[in-house]
Write a protein that binds this ligand. Structure first.
Ligand SMILES: CC(C)(COP(=O)(O)OP(=O)(O)OC[C@H]1O[C@@H](n2cnc3c(N)ncnc32)[C@H](O)[C@@H]1OP(=O)(O)O)[C@@H](O)C(=O)NCCC(=O)NCCS
Length: 119
């Protein structure tokens, strides 16, 4: 039987401007349209082999495509733990001013993937 090694979930979302720092939200409407990375997880026995990183790159690639047609400004995630937060910070996400922990890609258009990754 096939086994589930990992998954992630994306949905359209919006966030009040006050949750972002001035530099990012300049000239943005309120609320700011975003894409939410709802859950990204790797089954314990598959952790540590690069699957989480690959899925995050795929989530960013898909989000970029969605943003190109819907106009979303960034990809956000609410990390479920300090460990998860470190994972996202390591992969280019930034902290926000939100009360509920929230990280976002401030460089949504220029994240560290090559054009080849995005095609
Ligand atoms: C966080 C999670 C998705 C990472 O998946 P993974 O497949 O184990 O991670 P990878 O093997 O792709 O690791 C990629 C890189 O991120 C690093 N990394 C992985 N987990 C990390 C963590 N918790 N903190 C900091 N860095 C981390 C790895 O060291 C690796 O870096 P390296 O290539 O320089 O060694 C996985 O541990 C998980 O599912 N955890 C439980 C659920 C969870 O916390 N999900 C986040 C929900 S918001």
């Amino acid at each position: 039987m096939d086994e589930l090694a990992g998954y992630f979930c994306l949905s359209t979302h919006s966030v009040e401007r006050l949750n972002f720092r001035a530099k990012f939200k300049r000239d943005m409407p309120n609320p700011i349209s975003t894409i939410l990375l709802g859950r990204l997880a790797v089954a314990e026995k598959y952790q540590g082999y690069g699957l989480g990183e690959s899925m995050l790159h795929e989530a960013i690639r898909k989000s970029k495509k969605i943003a190109d047609s819907l106009g979303a400004a960034t990809l956000i995630v609410h990390p479920i733990s300090e460990r998860a937060k470190l994972f996202y910070l390591k992969h280019g996400f930034s902290s926000s001013k939100s009360e509920k922990p929230m990280l976002f890609l401030s460089t949504f258009g220029v994240f560290s993937l090559t054009e080849k990754d995005l095609s």
